[in-house]
Ligand binder design. Structure first.
Ligand SMILES: Cc1cc2nc3c(=O)[nH]c(=O)nc-3n(C[C@H](O)[C@H](O)[C@H](O)COP(=O)(O)OP(=O)(O)OC[C@H]3O[C@@H](n4cnc5c(N)ncnc54)[C@H](O)[C@@H]3O)c2cc1C
Length: 426
């Protein structure tokens, strides 16, 4: 018998590829059930690269996983409920959606979605795992299919084997995925430049006030600006637009030099309100170019014994619904549930049945998330005249997520009527 009184069953040997949010939360969920695993991470250390901006965790997915992983108390130390303030606007600073700031430690009644810096989230997750379970500097090159258990080949020449299950949590360009399917991500036609405004209260007080400790999402003419408060006091800025996939390497400017990129962005965003442009003008330090890729909506792979995927590796989406981490966390809950159930069963040969069950539930949920994200991207980036022409569709997409189906016709009528009147004045 195990300590919780349940029957002790088979103990699977598990390899997780990638210590991103998805891989770490899975390892943590398993750890809480005393199921050990090894996480192989390609980067050499926790602070190998900047983790980027901030993200919000949602009640039924991200926050549910944090609670299930026993990390709720720790999460509260980093969560910023006052970061829930959101302004959805356009280049003229028209208010299309405004969500008020929550109070620290209190839930927003409409949608509980506290912000956390990506760096803080990763640190919190990594610190919750036994040190010896993470192997840094292990960049997977390929998974070799073998009858006696697949072998993992790493860039440093190491080969590891003897696992009952390999979980690819290795993100957009997953090497684990290549064993399962030749299909891969495609370029969306959009890319973004990201930068930071340091100590915004002092260096950009007007922008700081506008951001209101939360986020601004501005859309116009197929471009977007996401401006977000970080816990450090810096403001994170990401500008998206239509570029060729190889733009950064083929253009005339030095894509790693912020001042050169600012010249380009000032031209691209030339008729945007100065209050928004301050986010570009006051940025300092590094600039990063990031082409945006996605997996096709409804992506699946033929099931293969002993290997599965989770998070971006399974369903990479663009950031336009802000649910990538939330979906990865939900996957991890589903997979952990199946592995725990297997470990309590009396049948050492039934792991594969549990993985098939995981994949079925994961696909069902992930396909909805992919559709939602693609819809949000199309509403705001690929609809002429957006957000004016698409705000109703965008809002309803978000509202329908957490509301019963019977209320949707009523919501639709209210949203369209409300915006019909509102548009007479803006
Ligand atoms: C601009 C932007 C904003 C976003 N905002 C939000 C948001 O607000 N909310 C939200 O929920 N989501 C957001 N997302 C999505 C979110 O970042 C991803 O969905 C999430 O990081 C996926 O987690 P993951 O663990 O599956 O993959 P990743 O975060 O990509 O982690 C993969 C890990 O695997 C490692 N790895 C990769 N290849 C190998 C290899 N070959 N061998 C070993 N290790 C390897 C990587 O180093 C990394 O540590 C955003 C994404 C972008 C681009």
């Amino acid at each position: 018998m195990s300590q919780d009184g349940s029957k002790a069953g088979p103990v699977p040997r598990i390899a997780i590829i990638g210590a991103g949010p998805g891989g770490c939360i899975l390892a943590r969920l398993l750890h809480t059930h005393r199921i050990a695993c090894t996480v192989f991470e390609g980067e050499t250390a926790i602070d190998h690269r900047s983790q980027g901006g901030t993200l919000d965790l949602r009640a039924n997915t991200g926050l549910a996983a944090v609670k299930e992983a026993g990390l709720w108390k720790e999460f509260q130390k980093y969560a910023r409920y006052d970061g829930e303030s959101l302004l959805v606007t356009d280049k003229k600073l028209t208010t299309w959606v405004r969500r008020k700031q929550g109070k620290q430690g209190q839930q927003n009644k409409l949608q509980e979605a506290p912000e956390i810096d990506r760096t803080d989230l990763r640190k919190l997750l990594l610190e919750s795992l036994p040190k010896e379970s993470i192997r840094w500097g292990m960049k997977l090159v390929r998974v070799q299919e073998r009858d006696e258990g697949h072998a993992l080949h790493f860039a440093n020449g190491d080969v590891e084997s003897g696992f009952d299950l390999i979980v690819g949590c290795d993100g957009a360009f997953s090497k684990t995925r290549t064993l399962l399917t030749p299909d891969s991500v495609f370029y969306t036609g959009l890319a973004d430049w990201t930068m930071q405004v340091p100590n915004a209260k002092v260096t950009a007080p007007n922008l700081d006030k506008l951001v209101n400790r939360g986020s601004i999402l501005a859309y116009s003419d197929g471009r977007s600006m996401a401006i977000q408060q970080l816990s450090s006091g810096n403001i994170w800025v990401s500008t998206s637009g239509p570029y060729t996939e190889d733009y950064a390497s083929t253009c005339d400017l030095d894509s790693k030099d912020l001042e050169s990129v600012k010249v380009l962005l000032r031209e691209d965003f030339r008729d945007w309100r100065p209050e928004l442009l301050e986010a570009i003008d006051k940025a300092e330090g590094d600039v990063m170019w990031r082409p945006l890729y996605m997996l096709p909506v409804g992506f699946t792979w033929p099931h293969k014994k002993g290997v599965t995927l989770l998070g971006d590796a399974a369903h990479l989406m663009t950031p336009f619904s802000g649910i990538g981490v939330n979906t990865a966390f939900y996957d991890a809950m589903l997979l952990a549930e199946q592995i725990v159930s297997f470990s309590k069963s009396a049948r050492p040969d039934c792991l594969d049945e549990h993985i098939v069950a995981y994949e079925k539930k994961m696909f069902e949920h992930a396909h909805k998330a992919q559709k939602h994200t693609e819809g949000s991207m199309n509403d705001m980036l690929f609809t002429p005249g957006a957000p004016r022409t698409s705000i109703e569709s965008w809002i309803l997409r978000h509202m329908k997520e957490g509301t019963p189906a019977w209320s949707h016709p009523f919501l639709t009528a209210v949203v369209y009527a409300g915006f019909w009147v509102y548009k007479l004045f803006v």
